[in-house]
Ligand binder design. Sequence first.
Ligand code: C2E
Ligand code: MG
Ligand code: MG
Length: 736
Amino acid sequence: MTAVAVPGNPLMLSVLALLVLITVVAVIWHVRHRGQKTQVWTNRAEEHDERLKLALWASGEQFWDYDLAAQELHHTRVSTSAVDDQPEITVERYGLDELTIHPDDLPQVQNALRQHLRGATPVFSSEYRTRRAEEHSWCWVRARGKVVERGPDGRASRVAGTVRNVTDSRSAEHERRIAIEVLRNMDEAVAVFDRDFRFISVNPAFTRITGHDPGDVLERSTSVLDSSRHDIEFHRRLRHDLLRDGRWSGELWIRRRDGDEFLCLLRITSVGERDGRRSHYIAVLNDITDKKRAEQELRYLANYDPLTGLPNRTLLLERISAAIVRARANHTRIGVLFVDLDRFKDINDSLGHGVGDRILRAVATRLHAFAGPQQTAARLSGDEFMLVLENIASDEEATSASQRLIAAFESPVTFGDGQEVIISPSIGISLYPDDAQIASELIRQADTAMYRAKAVGRRTSMRYEAAMDADVQRRATLSAALRTVLDRNELSLAYQPRLSLSSNEIAGVEALLRWNSPEHGQIQPAQFIPLAEETGMILEIGKWALIEACRALATWRDAGLTELTVAVNVSSLQLLRGDFPQVVERVLEQTGIPAHRLELELTESVLMDNPAEATISLQQFRRIGVNLAIDDFGTGYSSLAYLKRLPITMLKIDKEFIDDLAEHTDDAAITTTIIAMGHSLGLTVVAEGVETSDQAQWLRDHGCDEIQGYWLAEPMPAAEVAKFVQERSARGASTF
Ligand code: C2E
Ligand code: MG
Ligand code: MG
């Protein structure tokens, strides 16, 4: 500036001119240079724009820019042009009210933005559902952004960032998370391993089931699970088949970490790479030990009796059928023995079902021991057992086996804590091929023969005969005929007198049922009464007998026999009917018979069947005034202590003891005891089935009160009773 202050100097002037020139040149250069620079910048900006556009296009991101003051959102989207497949930019502008964010997500978006604007977060980031006006379904987007401009007061005025549609990746992620959760919660063990059979991952159930933690097995060979129950060849083949087929499934044993082994159901499938090569295998293991055990138990239950462990009917049939095949080939016989325990029902009822079960188990053990390992002992039901004896040479061999079996039951059966009971079997025998060719038929025949063994007095065996079927048939026919017996008036009563040994007078008569069938002839009570009891007909028949006997007594009383009593037999079914005492009371009223002129005869088994109910009925009868007799005494199980508790008035000693009075000292001793015992309880003692004068004399000598039997009189029609009683009375006390 000092130079400018010296004008007129030519040197100075030329320097000045040079300076001006330089300045002008500089200015011109500068201006031109600036133009060039602007061009470069413009070029560069365009290049950047292009790059940004391409990047946005390729990445699928969109750009947004939010003007807070104007509350406007600019949205820059790069899509593929439908015309030339090139990126195409669209810029959309929305007012805040035009933005559609899912109402559930909106609070979260607003919160994230607020946080960022406040400076609490370095970036705004949020994932939410949004939808365009024209679209119905929501899509998930992930938006990120940042404050890019602030006002003079430092408050954010503009936020910009990118947004991206994450619907697909989100659902893939969602599915992946579900898959992981499923794997984690699966009951089945899942293991992933590679082509070299090395574990890559395992789920918690795998650890639970095999005992191996992931740390123990990852990158180790799957052979840690190999069980010694399969040989090396098995495992080699499994691996070979898996590599060849890409899948394998089957049952196999697996070794646990603690060395225990369990059976599992294994399914392995391969997971392919994109190029189709198999890279991984997924193994799903199910512990089926329990299932197998349950299956085995079911199979056991289907074939074995749970109480005794013996084969049941199903397995028995199978065994007999298999035995038949062998017997046919070897030309041998099979003996099928139907074994039924005698009076087991009495034992069960008197000692209780718990004891009954223990006795059945003890019997099963004895039968099993008798049969030995080569033969079959089975239980059909209740107290019915079966023995199958193979390689029998003859009929006699089967019979002698049955006798040995009866002998084997002579020693008491021990059950529970050393308690003992003597129990005898009744046995029915049928033979293959003599009697039948098929299993079910052999069993049926042996059953029929067993019934016959029971009928002839138990504790014995019977060989099946074809005639027995006729018997069974007859029972069925009689049973049917019995239903109409009252309507057709085919029943009658016969009366058997009883003599008082002290007064030599007829004390009473016993009413005995008679069935005269036009089709079947005279049928014995021993035949039809059990049938009537089985079918329940005995209720009606018994009531009929009661009324009929009381009516007969009323006519004899009218004829002057007022001291006479009538005895009526009562079966257990009648006694158990709660209203039986009322029925009796009504009948007495209707016929005008004093209660103490009626006696009811009950057998020991009737009382033992249901002691509690029976006792109640008996007490009601005693209140009415009816007399009660125990029939067939000595054949059942009643003890003196039990009798003492019952309100009975009379004991009838069974014919079995009377028969052999003279020669058999045992029976004589028993009879003497019963008489003494009866008297000590204040009971009238009657001897049944007295057939000879010697027996009558013996009984009189031993203090028996009354006798009944053929020696005195056989049962007679009602019409003959009055005459018989009067004649006997007329003979006087001297004639015996
Ligand atoms: P129970 O009550 O013991 O009757 C005595 C049975 O012995 C009668 O057989 C009788 O005829 C027979 N008897 C009498 N004295 C002699 C004798 O000296 N020698 C022989 N060998 N037998 C003699 P019955 O009439 O065949 O009756 C058999 C059984 O049928 C009776 O035995 C009784 O338990 C039952 N019963 C008969 N009538 C009825 C009835 O109305 N209701 C019920 N529930 N059972 C009846
Ligand atoms: Mg009787
Ligand atoms: Mg009797």
